[in-house]
Design a protein around this ligand. Structure first.
Ligand code: ADP
Ligand code: MG
Length: 344
């Protein structure tokens, strides 16, 4: 089912949690809503679910205006960070619940419900644990049960709000891969909320980056990482350094130092962004020159923090060799790939 969020605004007591946002979610895709805490991710998810009503704007499921429909009518599957399973029910009963409580006219026969629940437990790799109670499972296993329960009703849309947020880093990484595999097998239209950019980049077909109740950028992980559309997105996704520069007659300057890179258009103050690995070491005057402040290992390279212009600016670059910190460790480099945004 494709979902269209059209000019939706949401206020809580006049506080705009979401400014007018529009978003097209394609049928069968896994889209991640990514942004810092308070950016409006959960609000947008709850609006899609029907747990909140928009202050203005509409939400379409396919061609149907769903704005006035209830959660049940929208047929939503949910997993929250702390969506407690029913403690007094076994795992099998938990997964069957959504089907058992359906009105008789749409409820499958008991045998069919059981067969489907067992199939889902197999899908989430928990076969054999169906008679256990939630308290007898690990956190990661419980979230897998929660996912099976959400899938049992064959939801039109699956909504996941930081489902792995309470789990430790290794379990999170495993579940991330696992969820991607499940998604590829089941193909549900899925909206996944997270504040963890690594999780979003790895999991999602597309990212929707949010900040302060607005959508900053929507695109594939590659597009968003390689061509961030705003200083916020550049700073939020991946590692980056930012320098306040000036563009003058096509050249980019940091104070009175030319950087050896040119800007096709623009004039005056600007923000220069680049990633630690997108640099080259160079000789000569047209370059950035800095003193090594700190040096640490990141995977197979050294991440070096440089102080530029008498410590007034700091940037991070990757070097293939070790470099001791200190006055004598001067490094000259130039960004190979960069983005300039006009200073605001
Ligand atoms: P996120 O999920 O990105 O952390 P939320 O959507 O939960 O952000 O919240 C966005 C903003 O809306 C926050 O400033 C939050 O305090 C506010 N907000 C969310 N829900 C309510 C509510 N029920 N009442 C009042 N303010 C709310
Ligand atoms: Mg939230």
């Amino acid at each position: 089912m494709d979902v269209r969020v059209s000019h939706v605004r949401k206020e809580f007591d006049r506080f705009p949690a979401l400014h007018e946002v529009s978003l097209d979610i394609k049928s069968g895709e896994l889209i991640a809503l990514l942004g810092p805490s308070g950016s409006g991710k959960t609000t947008l998810l709850r609006l899609i679910a029907g747990l909140e009503r928009p202050t203005s704007g509409k939400i379409f499921f396919g061609d149907t205006d769903a704005s006035e429909k209830s959660v049940q009518e929208r047929n939503i599957g949910f997993v929250f960070q702390h969506y407690a399973l029913f403690r007094h029910m076994t795992i099998l009963e938990n997964v069957s619940f959504g089907l058992k409580v359906r009105p008789r006219s749409t409820r499958p026969p008991a045998g069919e419900i059981r067969r489907r629940a067992m199939e889902l437990l197999d899908l989430v790799q928990l076969s054999g644990l169906e008679k256990r109670y939630p308290s007898q499972l690990s956190g990661g296993q419980r979230q897998r049960v929660a996912l099976a329960r959400a899938l049992a009703i064959e939801p039109a849309v699956l909504l996941l709000d930081e489902p792995f947020g309470a789990l430790d880093a290794q379990v999170r990484r495993e579940l991330r891969k696992w969820l991607r595999e499940i998604h590829e097998r089941t193909g549900h239209t899925t909206v996944f909320v997270t504040h963890d950019q690594e999780e979003a980049l790895e999991l999602a077909d597309r990212l929707c980056v949010m900040s302060q109740g607005k959508i900053e950028q929507v695109g594939t992980p590659d597009t968003v990482y390689d061509t961030p559309s705003s200083p916020f997105v550049f700073g939020f996704i991946g590692e980056s350094s930012e320098l306040p520069v000036t563009v003058e007659r096509g050249d980019v300057w940091l104070g009175d130092r030319p950087l050896g890179i040119s800007a096709a258009d623009g004039q005056g103050p600007a923000k220069l962004f680049f990633r630690p690995h997108d640099i080259e070491l160079v000789e000569g005057d047209a370059a950035l020159r800095g003193v090594v402040a700190t040096s640490r290992r990141v995977g197979g390279t050294r991440r070096v923090e440089l102080e530029l212009g008498g410590a007034s600016h700091r940037v991070e670059i990757d070097l293939p060799f070790d470099h001791p910190a200190g006055e004598r460790s001067q490094i000259s480099f130039r960004p190979k790939r960069w983005t300039l945004f006009p200073a605001t």
